[in-house]
Design a protein around this ligand. Structure first.
Ligand code: ZN
Length: 139
């Protein structure tokens, strides 16, 4: 089941420059930084209310973030939704004709199980489903 917005991913070229910029905007320090090898990205997160703002930079030239920036420049990359039962939800959405990027959940930042839906079938919005770690262990 898809619940509230978990985070908004912003594609950036230079993570340390963007961290400094967003620290000025939010007037707080980022609270979490992580390299996600599986996704070939490095992230820095800011918690604003219940929603994380996740600055995301490529760690390899063939990272999806590098390709995105090359094509469209920096900017909003994806919106992620907290989802209970990512794999069940992927099955349901696939049955509804939604094109999936990940047929099954894969490891993401914050120890979450994540999966992306293809923007071709979601009005051009790259949507991510993410399942917080504690709920996966409950299954
Ligand atoms: Zn994300």
């Amino acid at each position: 089941m898809i619940q509230g917005v978990n985070h908004i991913g912003i594609a950036v070229r230079d993570l340390s420059a963007s961290k400094a910029l967003f620290e000025k905007i939010f007037q707080v320090q980022h609270f979490h930084e992580e390299v996600v090898d599986e996704q070939k990205v490095a992230i820095a997160s800011f918690k604003q209310g219940d929603v994380l703002i996740e600055l995301t930079a490529a760690t390899h030239d063939d990272s999806p973030i590098a390709k995105f920036i090359e094509k469209r420049g920096e900017g909003i990359h994806h919106i992620a939704f907290t989802t209970q039962g990512v794999n069940e939800e992927l099955k349901r959405l696939s049955g509804e004709g939604v094109q999936l990027i990940n047929a099954h959940g894969v490891p993401g930042a914050h120890d979450m199980l994540i999966a992306f839906l293809h923007p071709k079938s979601t009005n051009g919005v790259l949507m991510e489903l993410c399942e917080p770690a504690q709920s996966t262990s409950d299954v």
